[in-house]
Design a protein around this ligand. Sequence first.
Ligand code: HEC
Ligand code: HEC
Length: 164
Amino acid sequence: MRRAATALVGAIALAGFASCIDPVHQRNVEDLGGEQDGIRPGPRHRAGQPCLVCHGGLGPGEPDFSFGGTVYETAGSTAPAANVVVTIKDAKGREISRTTNDVGNFYVRREELDPTFPATVKLARGKEGEEMASSIGGTGSCADCHVGAGSRSKMPRVYMKRSP
Ligand code: HEC
Ligand code: HEC
């Protein structure tokens, strides 16, 4: 009797839990680890990470972003590229530009642009420019596709210059 009651309580607790927390999302967030020492949650945190895992609507990041990422100086390097103007244009021709900060981060809040995909993106800093030839089909996190030094399945980190 006691055993059955415990099992029932367990089942109810589990049902309540599942209804408010998405376990896959939870795991994706946890996989990104904790905050780096000395950097508070804000515009300079989590450089290189896919911002929208947490700022994409399911939390725990606030506010929601439609785009977010980090730009580096050269392909595969870890030197952040500051003052790069990132210009994004959505399928309806709406354009928005953001300038990267000192860690290379930029983001667009969803309330500023709730895009219709596909979107195009280009980078500019003074006379330098880089353009993504293809378009972004449906994710606003650059780091979903641009990861580390690149691999067979991933592009390298977003960079400003092809070579030093
Ligand atoms: C692992 C989860 C996670 C990731 C990934 C993440 N953030 Fe955050 N971010 C948070 C949390 C949590 C907060 C604090 C929210 C709050 O104030 O309640 C936050 C806050 C912020 C804020 C402050 C918002 C304000 O209140 O003004 C900014 C800006 C921000 N993040 C930018 C970024 C950028 C840019 C990226 C990607 C390079 C990123 N975040 C990646 C979790 C994340
Ligand atoms: C869905 C995957 C995907 C996402 C998301 C994505 N990219 Fe890309 N990106 C690519 C691919 C694939 C290429 C190489 C082919 C090309 O240039 O179109 C590329 C190339 C680029 C290039 C040109 C680099 C070169 O070597 O020619 C830039 C700049 C760039 N991306 C910036 C960005 C920025 C900024 C974001 C985030 C707003 C972003 N990308 C999001 C897949 C993606």
